[in-house]
Design a binder for this molecule. Structure first.
Ligand code: ATP
Length: 272
């Protein structure tokens, strides 16, 4: 069960160039996570502590996991991912045990990036969530914070957490020495969407007339994940039509399909 709860990946295959529209966020992640890993000596000489933990926050499907994977790739680190919801366990001490295992595994595989997705599952304000009022969930969070406190002698382990529910978080986890570097990962703007479309259509056989800027302009509110799905859908429409070339009309059909599916489903990530 332990192994299933964690996803371990040595130097995952995402690179910064795969991430569109997040140049500023990439710069911040590199400074907060990559730099201290590759140049610990410089931090020591200057006499400052690197950020303890980095928190990425923003809507679903905007590239938070990609950012964490790209840092692990760039630093040749082991990427260890755990969902916050996995840390919410039924039996007493089980969540805390998983947290210990997580850090133990990281120290065996350093350099390592620990990525905790949906951190809100264990770090919500007491008033906001039933589970976080749970003493057991509190204990799991305390265990995580205490593991982070022991960081200085831990060497090359960095921790990145992510959430779609920043408002729900217990502010106590944002104090210095905890998740003390916040990076907002917003929904892409028009230019960002065009960049993301460029990335996802790189291998596509696009018709000459295809205008990615126009598609970007018509996909306001789409996340990176939704744009990736749009691109695949457009390819499917071309195939259905017996063509090998993807045209503007395919993207239009795909956009209608994706928008329809979105409005009939409940959640924003429901079309996955
Ligand atoms: P969640 O909060 O739902 O976990 P997330 O922010 O971690 O989402 P990712 O898992 O990083 O989102 O993105 C999901 C997929 O969407 C990626 O594998 C990629 O195909 C696409 N994607 C999302 N954001 C971007 C982006 N900025 N540039 C390129 N592709 C993106």
């Amino acid at each position: 069960a332990r192994a299933q709860a964690m996803q371990v990946d040595h130097s995952p295959d995402v690179v910064y160039e795969d991430i569109g529209g997040l140049d500023e966020q990439i710069r911040e992640v590199r400074e907060a996570v990559e730099q201290p890993l590759v140049d610990a000596e410089q931090f020591r000489e200057v006499g400052i502590e690197p950020p303890s933990g980095v928190l990425l926050h923003g809507p679903p499907g905007t590239g938070k996991t990609m950012l964490a994977k790209a840092v692990a790739n760039e630093t040749d680190a082991t990427f260890i991912k755990m969902a916050g919801s996995e840390l919410v366990r039924k039996f007493i001490g089980e969540g805390a045990r998983l947290v210990r295992d997580l850090f133990e595994l990281a120290s065996e595989r350093e350099p390592a990036i620990i990525f905790i997705d949906e951190i809100d599952a264990i770090a919500a304000k007491r008033t906001e969530s039933k589970t976080s009022g749970d003493a057991e969930v509190q204990r799991t969070m305390m265990q995580l914070l205490s593991e982070m406190d022991g960081f200085e002698d831990r060497g090359e382990i960095r921790i990145i957490a992510a959430t779609n529910r920043f408002d729900m978080l217990d502010r106590a986890i944002l104090r210095p020495g905890r998740f003390d570097r916040l990076i907002e990962v917003p929904e892409p703007d028009t230019e960002g969407r065009e960049r993301i479309l460029e990335i996802h259509t790189k291998d596509l056989n696009l018709a000459e007339e295809l205008d990615l800027a126009a598609i970007a302009a018509e996909t306001e509110g789409f996340s990176g994940a939704e744009l990736a799905s749009l691109t695949t859908e457009a390819g499917m429409f071309a195939i259905r039509d017996g063509r090998t070339e993807v045209r503007m009309e395919d993207f239009e059909d795909a956009r209608e399909k994706v928008t329809d599916e979105e409005s009939t489903e409940t959640g924003p990530i429901a079309f996955y």
